[in-house]
Design a protein around this ligand. Structure first.
Ligand SMILES: Nc1ncnc2c1ncn2[C@@H]1O[C@H](COP(=O)(O)OP(=O)(O)OP(=O)(O)O)[C@@H](O)[C@H]1O
Ligand SMILES: [Mg+2]
Length: 307
């Protein structure tokens, strides 16, 4: 069997202040060009896990292996195969993007051609001669990702790469991450932005309070969230809510005009029609609420931390 690229068993991290940031986490990720989302609310333990993966902090318990190698004892032997972005690297504002990368390339000992390739991959070739200080936030973040590519890594670990970016910047990063996956690299990317994971990743792990809550293909997660909620269009929502409540339905008023949300599986949606028609109320539309990772995420992490 193929060796997992990331193999974490029983990871725990208790900080000195008594915070149990990671509370027994297992992660197994196979090699191959897939994008793995690591999703969790703020404070769930994503950054702490990634710092343990990269040997930046020492786990309180558990084993962390990358490419089958124990990180605690043997990280130098595999570090060249990993590109990681945990905290935004410090670039020099008065040097160009290229010059900044050149200096990093000199440190890690890679050839200049790697710089051109990295700049090309992140779409910064045209602007590589401009000073870093003049870059937009999105460009700065793309340069940071370019820096992780210099060693042509097999595994790329990114901690919230789209954080703080505007919608256009988010789209750029999303496309970039997808292209990194399709280039055959294994990408492990954390996020608390559900839409991001849904649109970027093949697989997702959802964590909360340092524990794994759910794991699987994004498509599967989304079908989990194929909510039992119907969106019903009626002329008088207040009246419809009264009737449906009396008939024993769970109904949520929503701010949209002429709309109520009714909790019931799509297969039983005709019961809504019957209940309303019995009171001479006729709906003008009904559709299932859109399935989203967000609904799964909210359901699974409900009451488990701030979102
Ligand atoms: N150095 C530290 N000392 C003490 N507690 C810490 C330290 N680093 C993180 N924590 C705590 O560990 C928990 C997990 O934090 P972590 O930064 O890993 O969460 P996260 O999932 O990355 O959150 P975010 O989405 O906000 O980045 C939090 O309760 C945090 O306060
Ligand atoms: Mg974090």
């Amino acid at each position: 069997m193929q060796q997992p690229v990331i193999d974490v068993r029983g990871l725990r991290k208790d900080f000195r202040n008594g915070v149990a940031a990671i509370d027994g986490l297992d992660i197994q990720i196979e090699a191959g060009g897939r994008v793995h989302g690591f999703l969790g609310p703020n404070g769930a333990g994503k950054t702490t896990t990634i710092r343990c993966l990269l040997g930046l902090i020492r786990p309180s318990a558990g084993d962390v292996k990358l490419f089958g190698v124990d990180v605690a004892s043997n990280l130098p032997s595999i570090i060249g195969r990993i590109g990681a972005l945990v905290e935004t690297p410090k670039f020099f504002p008065n040097f160009s993007g290229r010059k900044n990368l050149q200096m990093l390339a000199d440190v890690v000992g890679v050839r200049s051609v790697a710089i051109d390739e990295a700049l090309d991959t992140v779409g910064l070739s045209d602007r590589s001669g401009d000073k870093f200080g003049t870059y937009s936030l999105g460009m700065k973040q793309r340069l940071a990702i370019a820096a992780t590519l210099l060693k042509d890594p097999e595994l790329i670990i990114l901690d919230e790469p789209a954080n703080g970016l505007d919608p256009a910047g988010i789209v750029e990063i999303r496309q970039l991450i997808r292209s990194l996956g399709s280039s055959g690299r294994t990408v492990f990317v954390s996020s608390h932005q559900l839409g991001e994971v849904q649109q970027t990743c093949d697989e997702v792990m959802i964590i909360s309070k340092g524990r794994l809550i759910r794991q699987g293909p994004v498509s599967e997660m989304v079908s989990l969230g194929a909510s039992n909620k119907q969106i019903v269009t009626v002329r008088d929502p207040a009246q419809a809510i009264r009737i449906l409540n009396d008939a024993g339905f769970n109904v949520q008023p929503v701010p949209e005009p002429e709309t109520v949300h009714v909790e019931i599986p799509a297969a039983r949606a005709d019961e809504i029609t019957k209940a309303l028609a019995a009171h001479q109320v006729f709906l003008s539309g009904m559709r299932p609420a859109e399935a989203s990772l967000e609904s799964v995420f909210l359901e699974l992490t409900e009451g488990q931390g701030e979102l």
